[in-house]
Design a protein around this ligand. Structure first.
Ligand SMILES: [Zn+2]
Length: 113
């Protein structure tokens, strides 16, 4: 089983929703999460969604080939994502009304893919 991470999308953003000058690892982590948020909020499908976001994990230098699946948990307004290959998983909170929240059909910020 992979690790479970708990992330707040807003922790990566300035108060005005701009993106600070993150170091590369933090920026990659942020783009990964933002891409998942953009995918999930585009459809708000009531079940498990297969996203277009690849797993970020590497094992001994070999990149995981998994494609992230995600579920929107309505009660907590929280997104749960998981890699079906390596089991890496996590929760994303505080994504609402960020530029990657596509529920109102707004143009999303940059995504990884
Ligand atoms: Zn994986």
């Amino acid at each position: 089983m992979g690790r479970t991470s708990y992330s707040s999308l807003r922790d990566f953003l300035n108060p005005d929703d701009s993106i600070p000058d993150h170091a590369r690892p933090a920026m990659q982590a942020f783009m990964h999460l933002a891409s998942i948020v953009a995918w999930v909020t585009r459809d708000m499908y009531p079940g498990v969604m297969r996203t277009n976001v690849f797993c970020r994990r590497s094992h001994r230098g070999v990149r995981c080939t998994g494609v992230i699946t995600a579920v929107y948990e309505t009660a907590q307004a929280r997104i749960f994502w998981q890699c079906p290959v390596c089991g890496e998983q996590g929760y994303i909170d505080n994504w609402e009304h960020t530029p990657w929240d596509r529920r109102d059909g707004a143009h999303a910020g940059p995504t990884m893919n």
